[in-house]
Design a protein around this ligand. Sequence first.
Ligand code: FAD
Length: 460
Amino acid sequence: MTTREGQFSRLVMAAEPRPFWLDQPGAPPAREPLRGATAADLVVIGGGFTGLWTALLAKESDPERSVVLVEGHRVGWAASGRNGGFCDASLTHGAVNGRKRFPAEFATLQRLGAENLDAIQIALDRHGIDCDFERTGSIAVATQEYQVDGLRAADGTFLDTDAVRAEVNSPTYLAGVWDKQGTAMVQPARLAWGLAAACERLGVRIFEGAPATGLADDGDGVTVRTRDGVLRAAQVALATSAFPALVRRLRPYIVPVYDYVLVTEPLSAAQRAGIGWRNRQGIADSGNQFHYYRLTADDRILWGGYDAIYHFGRGIRRAYDQRPATFATLAAQFFATFPQLEGIGFSHRWGGVIDTCSRFCAFFGTAHRGRVAYALGFTGLGVGASRFGARVMLDLLGGEPTELTRLRLVRTKPVPFPPEPLAYLGIQATRWSLARADRRDGRRNLWLRALDAAGLGFDS
Ligand SMILES: Cc1cc2nc3c(=O)[nH]c(=O)nc-3n(C[C@H](O)[C@H](O)[C@H](O)COP(=O)(O)OP(=O)(O)OC[C@H]3O[C@@H](n4cnc5c(N)ncnc54)[C@H](O)[C@@H]3O)c2cc1C
């Protein structure tokens, strides 16, 4: 290890090893687990954004419907409380992916995504949820010459080198595209806590520390077993993201992938002036292994992405939330992007698990004779799309065709991942190839081209 690498390692290891967002005031006290037997018209499994929006929208559309949400740990503790807080209009993990996979309905998906983001903003106002929602838009930046043409073709305001550096001052930027409408910044933990409180005000019963362990058909309903209790449900919504799906046949469609984040100390007035960023946009660079970064309400920089780590056998463990080598890499890349911030420290470091599927955007369906609906596979862009996923699940449970259930996006599934050891080997080969393409002006090797042709991919 060089002196410089050692310096980055020491710097990141001084940070608190937990998500900044969840480490803020305003966390609700723990809720009781479910004990004994109870019944509900709708049982939602999973207390992240997907489950919380499902419970909230179900109650809003039918206040008489009894709704129970069971969360295995704490509401918002998983991806929903530890993400970058980019609340994006895209339902397809970005326009390039959406246009490629759903050309015939891409315009409809873009419209539905824009409506979804507007509806989130309206719901926050209606329910008085204060989550630092800022409709700043986002800038995609090019840091290598070959990326510039791609940005010229993208939707939004093209910024040449001077214009992009006038927005945010990094010597690495060659160009940018500012999409002014399509992204809002949020404090995600406060969004999850606020949604849960809104659900409870409408009468949803939420149980925490209540992992669901099994589903069984039960005459005209479904029995949901939890660790300490049992629920009789007319209908169930599965919102369990990267965690093992209770409907076993869905497991091959998802791999849990770890993504990592650093947060700096608050910037001083001089540091803030040195980088500009007056319009506070979210920023993402354009490599396969990309970074995403943004300002927090108290002017720290959240800096995440790059490594996407898969553990053999679909492993999910608390220990994987920390990865010193990735944090040191992220710190080095941070200072290469903002050399004028040399000397600033990091206050928090963490990782979290993403429900990656091979088409990078959620898939949907029903099981148990239409009584169980699921929305899984948001692949790193689910903060906004989770509300759309909730609407799809409620429409599927409604049983009548709707605009959403007719979408190809909703009717089709991604290509499943193969069993081990092929999944692990394939993902490692793909990661290696993507890193190599980033070093070679984006040129994709034979392996990546074969995956492209088969509609398969790996992303975060
Ligand atoms: C580090 C990181 C950065 C990210 N950045 C962004 C970003 O900037 N923008 C963006 O759009 N997306 C981002 N994402 C992705 C985004 O956070 C997710 O797509 C979104 O939060 C998914 O919400 P969810 O409710 O489906 O999943 P989760 O938030 O993971 O919630 C699933 C919940 O289900 C519970 N559960 C699982 N199994 C059971 C069971 N059997 N019984 C009971 N409960 C169960 C879990 O405990 C968990 O609370 C990021 C993710 C990570 C990890």
